[in-house]
Write a new protein. Structure first.
Length: 128
């Protein structure tokens, strides 16, 4: 089951963020963020979520993270859709787009002007 909402309840149990791809080398400067209740493990990679794209990162949970009534854990997952492009016009960026530079365990990620307009801030990285 995939859904958005109730971030604070889930964030407090996060232990780490695992990047499957280097976020500074992605073809876009944002990632899509979702909360999934899917995994039976706190730290293993999330399974196949049948997303129209690829998973680029996920959170792991502390040992005290609770299971839901179905004995599953709820975690954040970051992904890129197959049709995502480097730059979106203002107001047309994906709803769930967040700046990878704002992602940390237990902290709400957010969209920034950089992620919406396609500009990288790290020294030596490309401008779009």
């Amino acid at each position: 089951m995939t859904y958005r909402g109730a971030w604070d309840d889930h964030l407090k149990h996060e232990d780490a963020v695992i990047w499957l791809e280097d976020p500074t080398a992605l073809p876009v400067v944002f990632v899509r963020q979702i909360i999934v209740t899917w995994s039976t493990h706190r730290t293993r990679p999330v399974g196949d979520l049948h997303l129209p794209g690829r998973i680029v990162g996920y959170s792991t949970l502390r040992s005290d993270a609770p299971r839901n009534e179905s004995q599953l854990f709820t975690r954040r997952v970051w992904w890129i859709a197959d049709h995502d492009r480097a730059v979106y016009s203002t107001g047309t960026e994906p709803f769930e787009a967040v700046d990878p530079e704002t992602i940390a365990p237990g902290v709400p990620a957010r969209g920034t002007e950089r992620s919406w307009k396609g500009r990288r801030t790290a020294e030596g990285s490309r401008q779009r």
